[in-house]
Design a protein around this ligand. Structure first.
Ligand SMILES: *Cc1c(COP(=O)(O)O)cnc(C)c1O
Length: 360
């Protein structure tokens, strides 16, 4: 049976990225030695690092004045690293989910944190609007896609102060105007690779402005030294994860770049949301205007709540994987990241239609 992977992260990756990684683990760059067994100081590896950075720059049109870094520790490590490097007195946070809340919590170690708005009152089912960004804050932090609740800020906002974004779960899903951001970060394991590598894109002139001393590894400048072309090589980088990211970005490039991804993602999201809205047995949980193109959350419609387990079993029998909703939302969540194919979404839609016919 063909499996349809809707896992929220780690999640589906392009098949060709998996295949070429398997080959590289056996024999990296025709050296006769495997990827996991080489030194990260070999020229072959330095080329992979340089190409990976180059693809990021090309795909997202990242200007020269920004550094692109590949670090360890996951997005969660960036919650405090961002604040350590960027927060002098006060920072503003938009609380659109638990990831945003966790980011704000870590920032409090370094200064005052103002939560400008929160949608916690309604289980983060919408993106707050009509809030005021304090202009005396060092930065405004947003989470562009709220992986758990299926809401997304789908545009690059105008911000009077430095804008910092956790783009863990929607990076490379659409064109982004990088110049509108001071810093963009995220874990790779939703859209650009496996767990183990974290990307950080930062405008270099904003670094070194905080008054506190920073530990070497926490200081971004350690990882993007001016005098060195290759970034992220201060210590051993997460070699295997970066290799998979390299192969994943190659696939993105070959499939129309971020514009191509955007088209694919719009088509998949439209197909699934249309079915949720049409099908009398299901309802979406996120406010329509804030619906995520990456994580689609839905529950059984009123009157059909007792069918939840039955649908889960029905879907599982038909090869659907990872559609259980997060415990805080319940119901179902289909994560339809870049590498998810339209035919996977179609299979889920067919499944929902068949279930409706049999159970209504
Ligand atoms: C998954 C996720 C995180 C956490 O990432 P880790 O790499 O596991 O620390 C943070 N923010 C968002 C938006 C996420 O989706």
């Amino acid at each position: 049976m063909k499996m349809h992977n809707f896992n929220a992260g780690p999640c589906c990756l392009p098949k060709q990225a998996i295949e070429s990684t398997i080959e590289a683990i056996r024999n990296f760059d025709n050296t006769g030695i495997g990827l996991l067994e080489i030194s990260h100081r070999t020229p072959g590896w330095e080329r992979i690092m340089a190409e990976t950075e180059q693809m990021w720059r090309e795909l997202l049109n990242i200007p020269e004045e920004y550094a692109v870094m590949f670090l360890g520790g996951g997005a969660s490590t960036q919650f405090f690293t961002v604040a350590a490097n960027m927060l002098n007195k006060k920072a503003a946070y938009l609380q659109t989910g638990v990831w945003a809340k966790k980011a704000a919590k870590e920032a409090k170690f370094y200064g005052e944190v103002e939560i400008v708005a929160s949608s916690e009152d309604k289980t983060y089912s919408y993106i707050p609007k009509n809030y005021t960004i304090p202009t005396d804050a060092d930065y405004f932090h947003i989470t562009t896609n709220n992986t758990i609740y299926g809401t997304e800020i789908k545009y690059d906002m105008d911000c009077p102060i430095n804008l910092i974004a956790d783009m863990s779960s929607d990076i490379m899903s659409r064109p982004v105007d990088v110049k509108k951001y001071a810093l963009i970060y995220g874990g790779a394991q939703k859209n650009v690779g496996p767990a183990g590598v974290t990307f950080v894109i930062v405008r270099k002139d904003l670094l070194g402005k905080v008054e506190r001393p920073l530990q070497t590894m926490v200081d971004y400048r350690t990882h993007c030294p001016e005098e060195q072309k290759n970034h992220s090589m201060f210590n051993t980088p997460p070699v295997s994860a970066i290799f998979v990211m390299h192969e994943t970005l190659k696939w993105v490039k070959e499939n129309g770049g971020v514009e191509g991804m955007y088209k694919r993602n719009c088509a998949k999201a439209e197909l699934l949301y249309n079915e949720i809205d049409r099908n009398s047995m299901f309802v979406g949980t996120a406010a329509k205007e804030d619906r995520s193109r990456m994580n689609v959350c839905f529950v059984m419609a009123p009157g059909y709540e007792d069918k939840q387990d039955a649908f889960m079993a029905f879907a599982k029998e038909r090869g659907m994987v990872g559609i259980k909703g997060h415990r805080s939302v319940g119901g179902f969540r289909a994560s339809i990241y870049n590498a998810c194919e339209l035919e996977d979404v179609q299979a889920l839609v067919d499944c929902m239609q068949e279930f409706e016919k049999l159970n209504k």
